[in-house]
Design a protein around this ligand. Structure first.
Ligand code: TXA
Ligand code: MG
Length: 332
């Protein structure tokens, strides 16, 4: 299913900020300027809104999103900042720096927004429009760059429109993004690692750290939102229970991740069944994917049978994730 909202464009006024908040609360998609590039925002705590966001970007895989917050205190509600992360936050926030840190156990951000990972990317932007929207909304905003997958990041409202007109609800036009490069991303999980070069020069960060990054600069990104620095972080959520994909029947003891009408499978699974979307709605299915995988994993069944998911719309990203989760992997 593809919804095609008409895109409203507003120059920035208090009314426009209020409209952005109304739209975010309703689960809508709002593009807004940050000092780095324009972001495509959705309520980070609303899994369905996040599923719509992935659909609007047209990306064939779920990639974790940056949660934008208004200050470091709000960031600490979502993630665990160690002393190094706190120091970087103190010096560089608000600004073009994103910190990847462990998620707080009670972090309200939707699992889909962090692609099921145990870590979360956090950023406090400096742009007044982003800050006004964050302050008025009061919740974290998940926002990737506001471009279609595979295109370059947008630094003007016109760029956003040419990629996303008709796919998002509202665009706040705040003029060109002054930095024009995405945020620099640093993982603070143990030894700090530079995951993406960006608007904040590496040397500035190293000066605060008191030493160079151990790994030097990251390898060049291979595309828009390509999973960064593979191998440096546990980059995919993987359940411990083996997945059996495209299952047309349930075997003894298996749990079942269903889609559509599971009656087609005949028998009831002994342990548990969760249905991603009984009505076959891809947005609903994406919104449920990670939390249902986790819940079924916790049952301790010998396997999770997964019904076939069509490749339409978000189905491509759902299947990408399921295939990664099912693939044999090196010891964790
Ligand atoms: O300047 C920016 O960072 C812009 C503005 C809108 O804030 N946002 C942006 O988001 O560039 P996006 O989604 O286009 O790129 C974010 C990158 C992706 O490569 C993603 O894989 C990575 O951050 N990322 C997010 N969460 C992560 C995590 N938990 N671990 C590792 N990488 C993560
Ligand atoms: Mg991007």
């Amino acid at each position: 299913m593809t919804t095609e909202p008409s895109t409203r464009v507003m120059t920035v006024t208090p009314q426009a900020v209020a409209e952005a908040v109304r739209c975010l609360r309703a689960g809508g998609l709002v593009a807004f300027p940050t000092e780095t590039v324009y972001g495509l925002g959705a309520d980070a705590t609303n899994a369905r809104a996040i599923a719509r966001l992935y659909e609007a970007k047209g990306r064939p895989a779920f990639n974790p999103l940056i949660a934008h917050v208004r200050d470091a205190a709000a960031a600490r509600d979502l993630g665990k900042l160690d002393p190094v992360a706190n120091r970087l936050a103190e010096v560089f926030w608000p600004g073009p720096l994103t910190l990847v840190v462990p998620r707080q156990p009670d972090c309200p951000v939707a699992e889909l927004a962090t692609a099921g990972l145990a870590t979360i990317a956090l950023r406090v932007p400096a742009h007044t429009v982003a800050r006004d929207v964050l302050a008025a909304f009061g919740e974290p905003i998940a926002a990737p760059s506001a471009n279609r997958s595979g295109h370059v990041s947008p630094t003007t409202a016109q760029h956003v429109l040419s990629d996303l007109r008709g796919r998002i609800n509202l665009l706040l036009d705040g003029g060109p993004s002054p930095v024009g490069l995405e945020s620099t991303i640093v993982a603070c999980i143990g030894e700090p690692k530079l995951l993406r070069s960006g608007g904040l020069p590496r040397i500035d960060i190293e000066r605060v750290l008191g030493h160079p990054f151990a790994d030097g600069p990251p390898s060049v990104e291979t595309g828009d939102e390509a999973p960064i620095a593979p191998g440096q972080l546990a980059s995919h959520y993987a359940p411990r229970t083996p997945l059996r994909l495209n299952a047309n029947s349930v075997r003894a003891g298996e749990a079942l991740l269903a889609f559509g009408q599971p009656s087609a499978l005949g028998s009831d699974p002994a342990l548990g069944v969760l249905n991603l979307s009984p009505g076959g709605d891809m947005i609903e299915a994406a919104a449920n994917l990670f939390s249902y995988l986790r819940a079924l994993d916790a049952l301790g069944a010998p396997a999770i049978a997964v019904m076939p998911i069509p490749q339409t719309g978000l189905g491509e990203a759902i299947n990408d994730r399921l295939q990664r989760a099912a693939a044999p992997r090196p010891g964790v």
